[in-house]
Ligand binder design. Structure first.
Ligand SMILES: *[C@@H]1O[C@H](CO)[C@@H](O)[C@H](O)[C@H]1NC(C)=O
Ligand SMILES: *[C@@H]1O[C@H](CO)[C@@H](O)[C@H](O)[C@H]1NC(C)=O
Ligand SMILES: *[C@@H]1O[C@H](CO)[C@@H](O)[C@H](O)[C@H]1NC(C)=O
Ligand SMILES: *[C@@H]1O[C@H](CO)[C@@H](O)[C@H](O)[C@H]1NC(C)=O
Length: 365
């Protein structure tokens, strides 16, 4: 039996290597793992009991295979990143993965999920960052099985690229929903942010222990400027400042965390970087026409003030000129915006776009 198993393993491993070098030989990394929320979810919530789902049209109206669970008209930020990294297909969602594709990486992201476990619970089930890490542990075990041991698996996993994006829901669907969550009565926004960063640090160290060595952390975008927050605060023109102030506090803490991790001598073989979606988002909002946008304060799909009071509903008719909108629905950006954000964090256009490395540079270190 042992020799049969070894034979199967041999075939799987070398078959994979041949496939990897012939079909997708131009990839910058052999594998890409994604952890996060609805900004990068590509179907992990489809079978969960939750309001945070995008399994219906017009989501996916511009996507090759229609609605998939992506909260977007087309491709999301991670889809474009995979293209920049040279992957020819999309990274599959963990929920629909099978043994044959996990070696290229997986997407664990789940809409409404946060750093904190209670975040998003009023919307229904979601896969929190802690649970996404548990799912990754299963993947690590399965890769050990396929490659024939944990040493081979860790050598392999160290070459992968890891992309993490959490925090938005910890504010949007926790701290600032005072009727449901008590965090704002327990903590000042400074205390809450400090706790979030502390918890994030230990979660990231866990991922390091599973072999992650090239890690990008997505900063939060200007959530105070989303159609949802503007509608909630009856503002159709200016962004909601107190929300953006909290977001910037988190981003500042995250950059300090990146410095600390990059300086930590016991993590010498790892490199971390910060993707600056905040400044980029503000540029889009302040100078929309420089990026080809005509509408930056209202959603392409949705109803109410700025189309932000109610998010995109099943079979609602969206705007037609989707490339001219910054926001797809009340919370999420369009494919057009995702494309620019991924390009500029992959290869930075100005110093602020990614700190200290852009992804192109990070994966070569
Ligand atoms: C595994 O998933 C891929 C899509 O990601 C699919 O093309 C393939 O047929 C699946 N294989 C099995 C054995 O289910
Ligand atoms: C904002 O709303 C006011 C009143 O409803 C309206 O007069 C104004 O044109 C709106 N501004 C924009 C930019 O939509
Ligand atoms: C980490 O190192 C950078 C230079 O690489 C330095 O500017 C920064 O102050 C250090 N941060 C910490 C938290 O030690
Ligand atoms: C450095 O990383 C280790 C984990 O390997 C961690 O236990 C330690 O707290 C970190 N040190 C600092 C100063 O952050």
């Amino acid at each position: 039996m042992a020799s049969y198993n070894e034979f199967v393993r041999f075939i799987l491993f070398y078959g994979f290597l041949i496939f990897a070098t012939s079909v997708v030989g131009k990839r910058k990394v052999p594998c890409y793992f994604i952890f996060g929320d609805s900004l990068v979810d590509n179907g992990n919530n489809n079978h969960l009991v939750t309001f945070a789902k995008a399994t219906y049209l017009p989501h996916g109206i511009d996507f090759s295979s229609g609605p998939t669970g992506r909260f977007c008209n087309g491709r999301n930020f991670a889809d474009f990143m995979a293209e920049h990294l040279g992957f020819t297909g999309h990274i599959p969602p963990f929920a629909f993965s099978n043994g044959s594709n996990i070696l290229f990486g997986l997407n664990y992201a789940s809409a409404a999920a946060g750093i904190r476990s209670e975040t998003g619970h009023h919307l229904g089930d979601r896969i929190t960052f802690d649970q996404q890490l548990q799912n990754h542990e299963l993947t690590v075990l399965s890769i050990s099985d396929t490659l024939g041991g944990s040493d081979l698996a860790s050598a392999y996993l160290q070459k992968c690229f890891y992309h993490i994006g959490f925090g938005s829901n910890d504010y949007l669907n926790n701290y600032f929903i005072t009727a449901v969550y008590d965090t704002s009565s327990m903590y000042t926004v400074e205390e809450f942010t400090k706790l979030l960063i502390q918890q994030y640090r230990s979660q990231i160290l866990k991922l390091y222990n599973y072999g992650a060595r090239r890690v990008a952390l997505q900063g939060l975008g200007p959530i105070g400027c989303t159609p949802y927050e503007m509608a909630r605060h009856s503002s159709n023109e200016s962004c909601v400042e107190y929300i953006n102030t909290a977001i910037q506090l988190f981003n500042h803490g995250l950059k300090l965390l990146i410095d600390e991790l990059n300086n930590n001598t016991s993590l010498q073989d790892a490199k971390f970087t910060y993707l600056n979606l905040y400044e980029m988002g503000m540029e889009f909002i302040k100078h929309p026409s420089s990026f080809g946008f005509k509408v930056a304060n209202s959603a392409c799909c949705g109803t109410g003030l700025n189309n932000g009071a109610l998010t995109c509903l099943p079979f609602e008719v969206p705007c037609r000129n989707r490339n001219e909108y910054l926001f797809w629905d009340a919370y999420h950006t369009t494919e057009a915006a995702n494309k620019i954000a991924a390009r500029r964090t992959y290869l930075k256009v100005n110093q602020l776009d990614a700190y200290p490395f852009d992804i192109h540079h990070l994966v070569q270190l």
